[in-house]
Design a protein. Structure first.
Length: 422
């Protein structure tokens, strides 16, 4: 693989044909796909491992990895094999009937994270919605909260998805404005502030919903002891601790779960993204029987949730994580990434936050927006995504090679030099 290679043939005709292919696809997309995203002008046609190739034959290093949905790399052979094998057997039964993959998937996933039961869904937002329902039901049934009074505490700056209820407790005006009326029952407190959280708890509080590291907010890591404090406080107040590990979980931070960095065991894990290996959407709410057991037939469901194809891929993902190899690799490569990024501090980078192979990089806003940096990085063969303002997020696949990782950091250095030269 040769990241940053431009066009393989240098004949002018080939270049022009290739360019017009990108342009016509961009125009078609612009015209027929709703404008709910603002992608970079690169049209991916193929991908493998940490690399993607566009319709012009140019390859790029993928430093976003599908917002951590492709933690194990594009087209991981073990995951593709599991999917292919299951594709030929049975792909969908609906939950009206059992299938022979769901039970094993649930048992293996629950064992991986140390819980008893799994509620399978498809997307991350659905897992969050599911957890909100389960927590409310648990509050009424187990805690004895008066009907309709359940409160869930969330953190400022959160990102849990974009459905109607979830945006109701978002403070991102772009995601929220114009989509009311909003679902009530949520209380927002500053992220990382244990005292504020303690003040917000009432007898009607059923859950605290948090990302152990806020991804979309810019890979914000809460102060040491915060998650442990949340655990202690919620235990004492008989409140469920729901950890949204949809982006932070499954190897990304160098552990199976980001909560492990603080030796914290929440009541409920929300998983998604990498759980589907980048092949199919798979999400899950994972908890003990005393929590998930509150649901009875008909109270929640999904036609596709727990389907045999998703379950087979999910099992293969769990299989990769059982070895511990990916977690170790993410930790080791994370140290390399961090060392490389730290060298850019004072050279256009004003702050770096990272855990494992997941970094938030604040660029000097005088220099450029995150978007401008990403556009320039793409020209140098690296695809990355900005979050807010001048913050970049680097989260390459865990299978990335050391040289590839260094290449990515070097391209950021190059872009910063270009910008500082003006
Ligand atoms: C991506 C994400 C979600 C939503 O997942 P979708 O699959 O996009 O619905 C929820 N929570 C967190 C922390 C996420 O990163």
């Amino acid at each position: 693989m040769n990241p940053g290679t431009t066009i393989s043939e240098d004949s002018m005709t080939a270049v022009e044909t290739a360019t017009s292919r990108t342009e016509s696809l961009l125009a078609q997309t612009e015209q027929h796909v709703a404008h709910n995203y603002h992608p970079l002008d690169v049209i991916v046609a193929e991908a493998s491992g940490a690399t993607v190739t566009d319709v012009e034959g140019r390859s790029y290093l993928d430093f976003l990895a599908g917002y951590s949905a492709t933690n194990f790399g594009h087209c991981h052979p073990a995951l593709i094999a599991a999917a292919e094998e299951q594709l030929r057997r049975v792909t969908l039964t609906s939950r009206a009937f059992h299938n022979d993959q769901l039970g094993p998937f649930a048992a293996e996933l629950a064992a991986l994270v140390g819980k008893e039961m799994v509620l399978p869904m498809n997307t991350g937002a659905e897992a969050v919605e599911t957890a909100v329902k389960v927590a409310r039901k648990w509050g009424y049934q187990v805690k004895g909260v008066p009907d309709g009074k359940a409160e869930i505490i969330v953190a400022a700056g959160n990102f849990h998805g974009r459905t109607t209820t979830i945006i109701s407790f978002s403070d991102d005006e772009t995601a929220r404005a114009g989509f009311g009326p909003y679902t009530p029952g949520f209380v927002t407190v500053p992220y990382g502030d244990l005292a504020a959280l303690a003040r917000a708890v009432t007898p009607n509080t059923v859950a605290v919903l948090l990302e152990p590291i806020q991804g979309e907010a810019g890979v914000l890591i809460p102060p040491a002891g915060y998650l442990a404090g949340v655990r202690e406080l919620t235990r004492q107040a008989q409140v469920l601790f729901l950890a949204d590990e949809i982006q932070s979980g499954l190897g990304r931070t160098g552990r199976t779960l980001a909560c492990e960095h603080e030796n914290v065991v929440p009541d409920v894990y929300l998983l998604g993204k990498a759980l589907g290996g980048g092949i199919v959407p798979v999400s899950a709410v994972v908890a003990d029987r005393d929590v998930l057991g509150v649901l009875q037939p008909g109270q929640h469901g999904s036609t596709f949730g727990g389907n045999p194809l998703a379950s087979a891929v999910g099992r293969a993902v769990v299989g990769l994580l059982q070895t511990g190899e990916y977690q170790q690799r993410a930790a080791r490569l994370g140290d390399q990434l961090r060392a490389g990024l730290d060298q850019l501090l004072g050279h256009g980078v004003v702050a770096v936050r990272s855990r494992g192979l997941w970094a938030g990089i604040d660029i000097d806003p005088e220099l450029a927006t995150g978007r401008e940096i990403c556009t320039r990085l793409a020209r140098y063969g690296v695809l990355a995504k900005d979050t807010h303002g001048s913050t970049l997020r680097f989260a390459p696949a865990i299978v990335i090679g050391e040289k590839q990782l260094q290449f990515g950091v070097d391209q950021l250095a190059r872009v910063l030099v270009d910008l500082r030269r003006g």
